[in-house]
Design a protein around this ligand. Structure first.
Ligand SMILES: *Cc1c(COP(=O)(O)O)cnc(C)c1O
Length: 474
């Protein structure tokens, strides 16, 4: 029997449909849009009940299989997930910890670099290697980082045989832990470049490399940014897992479960929305923002209006535009790609676009709530959680806890996604509690390792030369 290949289409309606392998390796669609499956797969109530008691790896393969049909089957996915999640320090991969009567933390920070991005990027590294093996190809991933993504991406691919990775970071502008998580990886396929400039300079250099068609093709450049479909897909799994864990421990989920999600690029919370489309028992999704509150303002006014970015205690959420929102906008436009492209074009030129009251009432009001938590409140929440439970939470998680408390109702369990380990942001945590979180055992010797890093000028030619020397093995 022939298995139908799951097809993916662009949110801007003007690119070829691709299969799962194509969208994973391509990233951005050729019309500038993001890929989504042609249909959202759905599980029946019986299928969801049958997931109860599966290990995280088995559950991950079950949930992702409909997205990879015709390219990878459930057994192949299981193999990838077993390797990817074998690197996690907690056997449950994403354990639930109770905060109070109806509020839990879903700990997504037990991966090698202590942030939830490991859940997707450890999987993506395994996935890349398998797909490239099948096609007998190699790629070079190039990316810029202000901290979290670079280390998670490096760790995800450091053992891949068909992937090289070059990460640019602004010299002197990432934390010691973040820098060492990148520079102490001693693998022949990993290169870190310390750029004499800012994060924006690094990003501009990466963009310029991708815009240089000849260089891009010569070096087989690829990206792993948060718009990559496979990352979104891998994150869908833990929404199912959290609901299963609650049900298995006897908590009533008959009214569904709500999730509070510290949000930046809208990738994580979009994965929750997709889980809900697939049949996961999700009541509401709470979008938590820091002072960079473009999303909170959007949910209040139905108008997306860009402002400049302020630095906060939760830097991974310091964004101006949430790129993954495009996938939800496409749904809100009843999958009209031309209309979506038009709205986004207006946003780029005028810095604003609006959605209609019908769109808001149909797509947003039933599911989404929003909350804004500034730095002072973030510190208050960290202190309060520590005093009440003895737990140290990181500033991003604190934004989530704040949103959860604003929208909690008595008869619906609430799960806040804990997106980073407290030890990743020790200064803020110590400021709030007087207690300095220590690194977990698997990173305790981070400060003893030698660092491998090349310093480069903030200059396109210098950076391209460094990339070319590295990929040619010199
Ligand atoms: C990346 C990140 C976020 C934001 O996630 P998005 O998917 O971009 O919304 C939140 N918290 C931490 C710790 C992160 O690293």
């Amino acid at each position: 029997m022939a298995i139908n290949r799951t097809e993916y289409i662009s949110t801007r309606g003007n690119a070829d449909a691709l299969d799962f392998a194509g969208v994973t390796l391509t990233g951005l669609a050729s019309d500038g849009g993001l890929y989504v499956p042609r249909h959202w797969p759905q599980f029946s109530t019986e299928e969801i009940t049958a997931m109860r008691g599966l290990s995280y790896v088995d559950l991950a393969a079950r949930v992702m299989a409909p997205f990879t049909a015709g390219v990878l089957d459930e057994a192949e996915l299981k193999g990838l997930c077993a390797t990817a999640y074998g690197s996690f320090a907690h056997q449950a991969v994403a354990p639930l910890v109770q905060l109070d009567g109806q509020h839990w933390l879903l700990e997504l920070f037990h991966g090698p670099t202590l942030a939830f991005k490991d859940v997707a990027l450890q999987f993506l590294g395994q996935l890349f290697d398998l797909l490239l093996e099948q096609r007998d190809e190699h790629i070079t991933i190039v990316g810029a980082t202000s901290g979290d993504t670079g280390s998670a991406a490096i760790d995800g691919v450091k053992n891949c045989s068909r992937v090289k990775i070059v990460i640019l970071y602004p010299e002197g502008r990432v934390s010691d832990v973040q820098r060492r998580q990148m520079t102490t990886v001693n693998s022949p396929n990993v290169k870190t470049l310390a750029v004499n400039g800012t994060f924006d300079d690094c990003q501009d250099l990466v963009k310029a490399m991708f815009n240089n068609q000849k260089f891009r093709e010569q070096q087989r450049l690829s990206a792993v940014n948060s718009i990559n479909w496979a990352r979104i897909m891998a994150q869908v799994v833990y929404y199912f897992s959290a609901a299963q864990q609650l049900a298995s421990s006897g908590v009533s989920i008959s009214n569904g479960v709500s999730f509070s999600v510290p949000t930046g690029n809208f990738g994580n919370v979009l994965s929750g929305w997709i889980a809900r489309q697939m049949g996961a028992p999700i009541h509401q999704l709470i979008v938590g923002s820091n002072s960079n509150d473009i999303l909170t303002r959007f949910f209040a006014t139905q108008e997306m209006r860009a402002q400049s970015v302020l630095p906060t205690l939760s830097p991974s959420m310091d964004i101006q535009v949430s790129s993954n929102f495009e996938r939800l906008l496409f749904e809100m436009n009843n999958r009209d790609g031309a209309r979506t492209a038009d709205q986004l074009g207006r946003f780029r030129s005028e810095g604003v676009f609006a959605v209609s009251p019908e769109q808001y009432n149909t797509w947003l009001a039933p599911v989404f709530r929003a909350a804004r938590c500034d730095d002072a409140r973030t510190l208050e929440v960290i202190r309060d959680v520590f005093e009440k439970t003895g737990q140290l939470i990181d500033p991003h998680t604190a934004v989530g806890v704040f949103g959860a408390r604003q929208h909690q109702s008595a008869d619906i369990p609430m799960v806040t996604l804990a997106t980073a380990h407290a030890a990743k942001f020790p200064d803020a945590v110590e400021k709030a509690t007087g207690s300095r979180p220590s690194l977990p055992a698997h990173l305790a010797d981070l400060f003893d390792h030698e660092e491998y890093v090349t310093t480069v000028e903030n200059d396109l030619e210098a950076v391209q030369n460094a990339v070319a020397r590295f990929t040619s093995g010199a």
